[in-house]
Design a protein around this ligand. Structure first.
Ligand code: ZN
Length: 258
């Protein structure tokens, strides 16, 4: 992989780490919702989320990055000249955000994909650590889907890497339990997905779980009629209706159980 790629990757890691630590501190200083500690066990829950994230690091290096790089190098070069530079990057980010909206929605609709995605949803409370909690199977399946999209639409590696950074920053923000000034959050929610929007996606009521799929821009749920009418309530139970949270080893085996 080229030198600029390693530099960009290092910047991504530094930006995401700093952003995560910022929100991890802010949400403990000014929480929006009280955690039902008797249910979750705060540090046990955070530890479980970080363990699931740590297991995905070798997968990222061994599968996700090489596959993404391979796809961007083998995509047919059919893009017109105007689809380049900063305009091209902006268009790529918009299209990738649209794709991830439909991929996330597919994860809720297709039973096989939901088996893996449910592991993310089984968290009984939300904070910035929830943004890192994904089953390795979901990470691998997402990498395959993304490679197919890159091959079809010829996204350059730089666009994909910038988008992946944005996704992580957005996910840490909208899973976080930071108490924002209500007027600021309302204004932001017109443009990006805020905690008030995404927490409803984690509401332990299936109708809400199957809504609010957007990741970065909030417009997709309005455009495709998947925005829940429910307002976030700090006492709202989090999780999956009818399913129980499990310890990390059981969560890893969960998608493969009958
Ligand atoms: Zn989901």
């Amino acid at each position: 992989m080229p030198q600029w790629f390693d530099t960009l990757l290092a910047w991504k890691a530094a930006a995401v780490a700093a952003w995560f630590l910022l929100f991890f501190a802010l949400e403990r200083w000014r929480p929006a919702a009280p955690e039902p500690l008797a249910v979750t066990g705060h540090w046990r829950r955070v530890g479980r989320n970080l363990l699931l994230w740590a297991l995905n690091l070798p997968l990222s290096l061994l599968l996700v990055l090489p596959l993404t790089d391979w796809a961007s190098r083998h995509a047919p070069a059919w893009r017109p000249d105007w689809w380049g530079g900063w305009t091209g990057l902006a268009l790529d980010l918009l299209l990738l955000d649209l794709m991830i909206y439909w991929w996330h929605r597919a994860n809720h609709v297709a039973p096989l994909l939901w088996r893996f995605h449910a592991v993310h949803h089984l968290d009984r409370f939300l904070d910035s650590s929830s943004a890192l909690r994904f089953h390795f199977g979901e990470v691998a399946l997402s990498a395959l889907a993304r490679a197919a999209v890159i091959l079809a639409l010829g996204f350059p590696l730089a666009s994909v890497l910038v988008f992946e950074t944005l996704v992580l920053l957005a996910a840490i923000f909208h899973h976080s339990n930071v108490r924002l000034p209500p007027r600021l959050e309302r204004a932001l929610s017109w443009i990006v997905v805020t905690p008030s929007i995404h927490w409803v996606h984690h509401h332990r009521i299936r109708r809400d779980t199957d809504s609010n799929y957007a990741t970065v821009l909030s417009l997709w749920d309005r455009l495709f009629a998947s925005r829940s009418a429910r307002a976030r309530d700090p006492a709202m139970p989090i999780g999956v209706e009818g399913l129980a949270e499990e310890a990390a080893p059981a969560l890893l085996g969960r998608p493969f159980r009958a």
